[in-house]
Design a protein around this ligand. Structure first.
Ligand code: BEZ
Length: 212
């Protein structure tokens, strides 16, 4: 069992999946990645999540984010389950699901929380930057399906703040005003952000989304 924190290098692994053997780093290439775990195959919430994830793949692709799911069942079980997901969700699961029967990857990423369940993974989400550092970790219980709009929203924030000296405020969505990084003086900010800087308070300066 490993504890992974923000800024750590994402552990690499090679594992079987619904699309054959995958080496994580090779799969990510030089793009971003989202790794998300599911408690088990043939479970209702996971079925809705994977169908939804498949429908969001184009949006993750646009953001250069490779999707990789994980469940603690085997590849042949995944293959049967994917047929159900495609049928009931009216979609095509178009990214790999790791077959983690021996829980090697689940352990590596601390996806099993024994006080929640000894055998099943919780709903972990890891977002990984092109330098392979972990930029975001979210953990949901098995009883709560994830919101994929929120996952896209945090990708937008992570990608914006990786390349611009800004942070994103509460409930921010791509295109809305952002916060100037506290590390920059207001005077310097006015030189950097050509769309203007509003000083609401000396520590709270807003500027339009520099990419909008
Ligand atoms: C589900 O995906 O529906 C689920 C899995 C494990 C426990 C509870 C719900």
């Amino acid at each position: 069992m490993a504890t992974i924190r923000l800024g750590d290098k994402a552990p690499d692994f090679t594992a079987d999946s619904s699309m054959g053997t995958i080496n994580f780093y090779d799969y990510l290439g030089d793009g971003w990645g989202i790794l998300f775990s599911h408690p088990a195959d043939f479970t209702p919430v996971c079925t809705t999540e994977l169908g939804t994830a498949a429908k969001f793949k184009d949006e993750f692709d646009k953001r250069n984010v490779k999707m990789l799911a994980l469940s603690v069942d085997g590849a042949s079980s995944h293959a049967e389950w994917i047929k159900d997901i495609n049928e009931v969700q009216n979609t095509t699961v178009n990214f790999p699901i790791i077959a983690d029967e021996d829980k090697k990857v689940s352990d590596l990423y601390d996806m099993i929380h024994p006080n929640a369940d000894n055998n099943l993974t919780v709903r972990s989400v890891f977002i990984i930057a092109p330098d392979k550092t972990v930029k975001l970790i979210i953990t949901y219980p098995a009883s709560t399906g994830r919101n994929f709009y929120e996952l896209l929203r945090v990708v937008d924030s992570l990608q914006l703040t990786a390349y611009h000296k800004v942070a994103t405020p509460a409930n921010w969505k791509k295109g809305e005003n952002v916060v100037v990084s506290p590390a920059i003086s207001t005077e310097d900010a006015k030189g950097i952000f050509s769309k203007g800087v509003e000083e609401v308070k000396p520590y709270l300066r807003m500027t339009p989304d520099p990419t909008a």
